[in-house]
Ligand binder design. Structure first.
Ligand SMILES: *Cc1c(COP(=O)(O)O)cnc(C)c1O
Length: 468
């Protein structure tokens, strides 16, 4: 039925009735959005049959591409049993299996799994659990610990708790008066250091400042929340080596709970299954979503320790229960997709394939480094951020109205590659199973996009007229 409706009609309905997320609707249609109908492996296929390499894995979640047989089959198989049954005070089979599998994978002592539906809720739940833990653990000993420490440029999702700990001004400033206050540590954003220093000589002063804030506010801090590996929506901002380990040591010293939001960096993105493994760090809370179901279905988890869980176990009349849950918590189809995803990781030894893929991506992107509008290239595993600037010497950004990075991505699409930037940072976040030829195609398309957008820019801002 719906197949027979043509593109123009769909676009008219889209324009008339749909409100898209993170989308300025004044320019939406003019920027020629994709209208996807099908997917095949790493490729998206639009209603006109055009094929585009999905170089951002459908916003960082499509772990092995689309129509992956094992995942399709697992969901169909689960559908023949049941799609969903409530998890509130009850259980259903696949989510229990998934909890067991995740705990077996996770570093000790993460032994408890709380399910939800997306990355925002996974981090929001960690914040609420940490807060409630401090209210009721150890006879109220931590009752004054009601605050959180978070980083500049942090992104933990779009619900208000997640926005409160978030630190991306463009997304979060509007809601300031609705948010709870947090202590804000400097982002390790070397290219635009919040402390005004240079990496060669800074001695990682941003870490010292973070540790100082933890020390100073230890008595009131319930938790510290960090995106390990890289700050994703902040623009793939990577950390100096040892940063996370030092923060873990400081939080441990003061009994402050550490929340790691691995929604973007987990499930293999950085080269290890959990990003925290890179520095041998174990948090008190670990959040996963995005690639957890291979990018198929909305499912998230917040892992925590038995120690935290125990503080919530008491006769109901004591009121220690965690009163948080969603209609679709523990969804059976989502859990089946996640189990199949873990099977693919195992059967195809995905983690073993990643070092070569990561090395190829890093190498392929170096060809962009000399472009006059490429200011900084940052990578962590299979995540890359390429920060574009109007002027390399002064690091001056493009005017927002220019939509420069968006135009680069639009031109890259003419070479068959789909990308979506964040501000003026080009993001490359391919499926984990991307091959070397496809990586080369992404680099080619980006080079082409940069060339085209630069030519347009020059046409827009004509050179100063020379004296006659
Ligand atoms: C995407 C993301 C979120 C939010 O996840 P949603 O599923 O979009 O709600 C939270 N934290 C990080 C680090 C993310 O990248």
């Amino acid at each position: 039925m719906t197949d027979s409706i043509d593109r123009r009609t769909l676009e008219a309905w889209d324009d008339a009735h749909v409100w898209h997320p993170f989308t300025p609707h004044a320019v939406y249609r003019a920027e020629e959005p994709l209208l996807v109908e099908r997917g095949e492996g790493h490729w998206l296929i639009d209603v006109d049959g055009n094929r585009y390499l999905d170089a951002v894995s459908s916003i960082w979640c499509s772990a092995f591409g689309h129509r992956r047989r094992e995942l399709d089959d697992a969901i169909r198989d689960q559908l023949d049993r049941i799609a969903h049954a409530t998890f509130l005070g009850h259980a259903s089979v696949p989510a229990i299996h998934l909890a067991k599998r995740l705990v077996d994978l996770a570093p000790d002592p993460l032994t408890r799994v709380f399910f939800s539906d997306n990355g925002s809720t996974a981090s929001e739940i960690a914040v609420k659990m940490a807060y409630q833990y401090c209210q009721q653990a150890e006879g109220g000993r931590w009752k004054n610990r009601t605050r959180f420490l978070a980083l500049g440029n942090a992104y933990n999702g779009d619900t208000l708790g997640a926005v409160s700990v978030g630190g991306v001004p463009l997304f979060h400033a509007t809601f300031r008066n609705l948010l709870f206050p947090v202590h804000r540590a400097p982002s390790p954003y070397c290219y635009r250091c919040p402390l005004g220093l240079e990496r060669a000589t800074c001695g990682v002063a941003c870490l010292d400042e973070t540790l100082r804030l933890i020390e100073t506010h230890a008595d009131e801090l319930a938790g510290v929340i960090v995106e390990p590996g890289f700050q994703g929506a902040g623009g793939v901002i990577t950390y100096p080596e040892g940063w996370l380990r030092s923060v873990r040591e400081a939080t441990e010293r003061h009994g402050i709970l550490l929340i790691l939001d691995e929604v973007a960096a987990g499930c293999g993105r950085t080269g290890t299954f959990f990003a925290c493994e890179r520095e041998g760090v174990v948090p008190d809370f670990l959040c996963l979503a995005k690639m957890l179901t291979g990018g198929y279905l909305p499912l998230a988890v917040t892992l925590t320790t038995e120690h935290v869980f125990d503080a919530f176990v008491a006769p109901p009349e004591e009121g220690r229960t965690f009163f948080h849950g969603h209609t679709f918590t523990g969804n059976a189809l989502g859990a089946a997709a996640a189990l199949a995803t873990l099977d693919v990781f195992e059967n195809d030894r995905i983690l073993d394939t990643l070092p070569a893929t990561i090395a190829h991506l890093e190498q392929a992107l170096t060809r962009l480094a000399d472009h006059p509008h490429v200011g900084d290239i940052r990578t962590c595993g299979l995540a890359a951020g390429i920060e574009l600037v109007a002027d390399r010497d002064t690091r001056t950004p493009f005017p927002t109205a220019d939509r420069f990075a968006h135009r680069v991505c639009r031109h890259a699409r003419d070479r068959g590659v789909f990308l979506r930037p964040i501000g003026d940072v080009l993001i490359v976040m391919p499926p984990l199973t991307i091959d070397t030829e496809e990586i080369d195609l992404i680099a080619d398309a980006l080079a082409h996009g940069l060339e085209q957008a630069t030519a347009e820019q020059q046409a827009r801002t004509p050179a100063e007229p020379t004296e006659p």
